[in-house]
Design a protein around this ligand. Structure first.
Ligand code: FAD
Length: 408
């Protein structure tokens, strides 16, 4: 199959394509332009050519190289972040119909036990970069090592959690590998044609396209994006979207220790120290969330939400307009542009239930809504609904909990 961009006979050697190419993917060889391996088929060179000899084929998808689904196993305070298990679960699901291996890559210091945990949960190979100099996350050395790992192991798919770390580091790795990345995915699938090909022909399909789905246009549509010309196909994936990989009966995976030469890694940040955030439970980890919306009328409504959350041992969530109004900090925001949560119980007080809010909480096990308006959309997804004023309902609930000996 021909390369997606090539130079036909007739190049006059003007070098205008070299100036136009943002990826340094064109060399002059014997006075004519030649496309090199850095080409990502962005097409910038095509209109830059004054004699129209640069051609880009759009009909043929490039054969995607690589094998295996790799996940970045993120460490958080000395243990694996749960998103790593969710990614591993999804990776096993994606790899199974293609009969491909599942890899995890781990970076940190003293991470042997975490590597074993990944094997126990079904990773076929865990690549480990372990060094005291890697104890704290820094974008530069971590992204250097992940890039090196992808170049050596050549996975066809590489998944990273859309955590603060993943959102910062994932795009750096993608840029270093000159591949595409879809950020903040909520769903991932292998295109059905590839799977059919494997089933009916018992051989590798020409492409194993990962269908990467994420909300677009303010959550009004779900966009499915494919990386058709480069590997690995990369995606950052929201926390709490997928089920964690279960423990396998007879783990057969292998731990591969990779050499680390700290002096060869880029490192432009010096960590001076850490200041721990408040002891409040994060909404991402909470089992019970009490969320307040604009219906509270003013910021003091969050004192009431906090009292109820404390009595229930949960965390306080919020709708976006309350953050925009400055009533509460951004880290409490639930929804499309906030966090996705999946608690056992989600209590929505004075929240209408706009699609953007629902996008972040609708997979909660039990949803309870308190709203004055019986037609509020939140009731459409609620397990239990209370039509009433939150300032009557919530204090009553707190009183009942106090009677049962709960602190509020
Ligand atoms: P409202 O829609 O104003 O609803 C208030 C509700 O309170 C009403 O249903 C009302 O009946 C009820 N109420 C009023 N008084 C009382 C009372 N005393 N007792 C009980 N009920 C009462 N929103 C998010 O939440 N999270 C996001 O991440 C997010 N991302 C967005 C991203 C984009 C690109 C866009 C365009 C929007 C986003 N939004 C997001 C905003 C979203 O569209 C809604 O505007 C928002 O969720 C509404 O917040 P609300 O329910 O608090 O307020």
């Amino acid at each position: 199959m021909s390369a997606p961009v090539y130079v036909e006979d007739g190049c006059i050697g003007c070098e205008q394509c070299i100036t136009a190419c943002p990826f340094g993917a064109i060399d002059m060889v014997d006075g004519v332009a030649v496309i090199n391996e850095s080409c990502v088929a962005c097409g910038e060179c095509v209109p830059a050519c004054p004699v129209s000899v640069i051609v880009m084929t759009t009909s043929e998808a490039k054969v995607l190289e690589g094998e295996g689904v790799m996940v970045y196993a993120e460490m958080s305070n000395g243990s694996l972040h749960k998103v790593s298990f969710e990614l591993l679960g999804k990776a096993r699901e994606l790899a199974a119909p293609l009969s491909e291996p599942v890899y995890a890559v781990l970076v940190g210091s003293g991470v042997e036990d975490s590597a074993k945990e990944l094997v126990d949960r079904g990773a076929d190979k865990v690549f480990v970069y372990d060094d005291p100099g890697l104890a704290q996350f820094r974008d530069d050395p971590y992204s250097d090592l992940l890039t090196e790992c992808c170049k050596e192991e050549k996975p066809s798919i590489f998944l990273v959690g859309a955590t603060s770390i993943g959102r910062s580091m994932g795009p750096r790795v993608a840029a270093k590998l000159k591949t595409g990345l879809t950020a903040d995915c909520t769903s991932l699938d292998i295109d059905p044609e590839s799977i059919e090909y494997v089933i009916f022909n018992h051989m590798e399909p020409e492409s194993k396209l990962l269908q990467q789905t994420r909300p677009a246009y303010g959550g009004n549509i779900m966009a499915t994006i494919e990386t058709t010309n480069s590997t690995p196909q990369m995606a950052t994936v929201r926390y709490k979207m997928f089920t964690e990989a279960s423990i396998v009966d007879t783990p057969k995976g292998e731990i591969v220790n990779k050499p680390v030469e700290m002096s060869k890694l880029t490192d432009r940040i010096k960590v001076l120290g850490f200041e721990k955030a408040g002891e409040q439970i994060s909404i991402s980890d909470a089992d019970i969330i009490v969320s307040g919306g604009l219906g509270m009328g003013d910021p003091s409504g969050f004192d009431l939400m906090q009292k109820l959350a404390t009595a229930l041992g949960g965390a306080v969530g919020a709708s976006r307009p309350t953050i925009d109004e400055g009533w509460i900090n951004y880290r409490h925001q639930v929804g499309l542009s906030g966090r996705t949560v999946r608690p056992t119980v989600y209590l929505a007080c004075g929240i209408s239930g706009a699609v953007q809010h629902q996008a972040g909480m609708k997979t909660s096990d039990v949803i309870i809504a308190v709203n004055k308006d019986p037609d509020a959309p939140i009731f459409g997804i609620s397990t239990l609904g209370v039509v009433g004023d939150l300032y009557d309902v919530v204090p009553g609930l707190i009183e009942k909990l106090k009677e049962q000996g709960k602190d509020a």
